[in-house]
Design a protein around this ligand. Structure first.
Ligand code: NAD
Length: 564
């Protein structure tokens, strides 16, 4: 954990304004964050809100450490990642419990959706980074005959700022930390204020794996801490994951220094069920895709479009499966769905459901907080110090039908356990509905006809489209992750994600250093003749045509030799 700070710097002041019941998890005080279990409101730890000078100092120390790290071989970097991976494996249960306690999610998902993907990613990038980033030769065509060669080497950017959300507090930042370190960068990680302890656990794992201390810093704090990091001219790239609104603020701050940014933002991901889909499987997928992590995944199924001929059967199966879900505290192994992470998020769900119902939607199941978990006024964990009231964050998984495009639940990100189902008649209509969104993160198509699946997938505007699959591809280390439109820009994971963390340096060599180039000064009549011939004959890739310019080349060459 970072040393506690008692310095009341200006950056700390706005944190006081956040002391509202809406922010019960966590509570922000003058200079620290009190982290709480959203299921119980029980305090689970405190971390400092770091100030701008502290952030600047971290970046400076990270930069100094990176200059040595860049000389460390891929093999040695991989050894540290592999040791960290072993620590995660050895301490899997404790880490999973921490993730569940701080975020509220079921412990099963802490393992399946957070720890397993990162173990896989650590293995993948430890083994593959050297190969992906190996120098590349560029074919130069006719310039090769003139003795020129070009190659690309990939160089680390320097210090990477990773600003992370709370919904996958382990998998999202840890994956980016691993890729950044393997590529030769240092990192300053700003975890979400909701899940600071998980962020610090990432640091703890790498420290014990032998990573030089200053190569990875964890800057705990709130939005102001993130803003200080994003505004720093000393950061070489920002990897931001979070809401569209904050993403725009980060991009605006980064623009002041022309700091490059990757933005992984929100989604309103559609699921299209064709008439020939395997309905029981598609229904099971819809329920998991919509309600895993209480729907708090950027790639959750947020809109389901089902062909009218199978809509009744599909909806029946979805409702049955939803009613069978078991809702408990996240740390209970029998829990399918647990608590949401914050009251703020739960209130967005309330608003979307109320708006839909007011406009004519029907709730087939759910639609409210689960009364089995109603917070009692005598709750032992109420925190009077902060005027904090414990609200019930257990939201019942909710199915809505008779929904219309104008409803909030059909076009704004809900980020909660709500699945609206709407019918379509033709495939073109389904694609139009899927694309009629300001977002473009992921989408899925369900059909037994794989050709149809591939055709529809290619018609959908999204960073990832899955056929007969849903939600999970962030868990694939090898495939790119990222969106279009308001879902963001740039990629993380896979080769494309790794390339975001380096810059391609072009090294061009003239292997005949004793000769001046024919296009240098002076521009004599023979130069003009040569240039015109080159323009006509040597720019269309034809060796034969280029050969016709050869006499003019020789004349110019001899002329330049005479001038020497
Ligand atoms: P958020 O935007 O509120 O916060 C994200 C991070 O930004 C936090 O660490 C926060 O402290 C920090 N922050 C806040 N204000 C800042 C500022 N002005 N400058 C810099 N940093 C600042 O998002 P959230 O509520 O933590 O996460 C939920 C959102 O994240 C959802 O919209 C979800 O779709 C999105 N998300 C996207 C992906 C993806 O891969 N596309 C993955 C997970 C979550």
């Amino acid at each position: 954990m970072q040393p506690s700070t008692s310095t009341a710097a200006p950056l700390n002041q706005p944190a006081l304004q956040n002391q509202s019941p809406l922010n019960q998890s966590p509570v922000l005080t003058h200079d620290e964050i009190v982290s709480r279990d959203p299921a119980t409101n029980q305090e689970i730890g405190r971390v400092p809100i770091l100030t701008q000078p502290e952030i600047e100092s971290m970046i400076a120390r990270a930069r100094a450490a990176q200059t040595a790290w860049v000389a460390v071989s891929f093999d040695e970097r991989a050894r540290i990642i592999t040791r960290a991976r072993q620590i995660v494996l050895d301490e899997m249960d404790a880490i999973a419990t921490l993730i569940s306690r701080e975020s509220g999610k079921p412990v099963a998902e802490s393992v399946s959706m957070e720890i397993i993907p990162t173990l896989d990613l650590m293995h993948f990038f430890a083994r593959r980074t050297a190969h992906i980033l190996k120098p590349e030769r560029i074919a130069l065509g006719q310039y090769t005959i003139a003795g020129r060669t070009s190659r690309i080497i990939y160089k680390p950017l320097g210090v990477i700022a990773i600003i992370a959300p709370w919904n996958f507090p382990w998998a999202i930042p840890l994956g980016e930390v691993v890729m950044a370190l393997m590529a030769g960068n240092a990192v300053v990680l700003k975890p979400s204020e909701v899940t600071s302890l998980v962020g610090l656990k990432i640091k703890d794992v790498f420290t014990r794996a032998g990573l030089t201390d200053d190569l990875l810093h964890v800057a705990t704090g709130d939005g102001m801490t993130g803003a200080a990091l994003a505004a720093s001219p000393l950061v070489n790239k920002i990897m931001f994951t979070g809401s569209v609104a904050t993403g725009k603020r980060v991009a605006a701050a980064a623009a002041q220094n022309l700091t490059p940014v990757v933005l992984e933002l929100g989604g309103k991901d559609p699921m299209i069920i064709c008439r020939d889909a395997d309905l029981p499987v598609a229904a099971h997928a819809a329920v998991w895709g919509a309600f895993a992590n209480s729907g708090q995944a950027c790639a959750s199924v947020e809109r389901c479009y089902v062909h009218e001929s199978v809509a009744a059967e599909f909806t029946k199966l979805v409702v049955e499966a939803t009613k069978n879900l078991r809702q408990h505290h996240g740390t209970n192994e029998a829990s399918d769905v647990a608590a949401m992470s914050s009251e703020r998020q739960a209130q967005i769900v309330d608003a979307h459901i109320n708006d839909a119902v007011t406009r004519g939607a029907r709730i087939l199941t759910g639609g409210k907080r689960n009364h089995d978990f109603a917070a009692s006024p005598d709750d032992a964990h109420l925190d009077d110090t902060h005027n904090d009231t414990h609200t019930n964050l257990f939201y019942e998984p909710t199915i809505l039908v008779d929904v219309e495009d104008a409803m909030l639940v059909m076009h704004e990100e809900t980020f909660g356990p709500v699945l609206p189902i709407k019918t379509f008649r033709t495939e073109d209509e389904a694609v139009r509905l899927a694309n009629d969104s300001p977002f473009g993160l992921t989408a899925s198509v369900w059909t037994r006809d794989l050709k149809r699946g591939a055709r529809l997938a290619a018609m959908i505007d999204a960073g990832t489209v899955t056929v007969n699959e849903v939600l999970y591809t962030h868990g694939l280390a090898a495939t790119p992750w990222g969106g279009i439109k308001q879902s963001g820009m740039g990629r993380t994971h896979g080769k494309q994600g790794l390339l975001e963390l380096v810059y391609p340096q072009h090294i061009h060599t003239n292997r005949l250093p004793r000769f001046a180039d024919l296009w240098w000064f002076n521009y004599t009549p023979s130069a003009h003749t040569l240039f015109r011939q080159l323009a006509r004959r040597a720019t269309n890739g034809s060796i034969l045509q280029s050969a016709l310019a050869f006499p003019a080349v020789v004349r110019r060459f001899l002329e330049m030799r005479r001038r020497k």
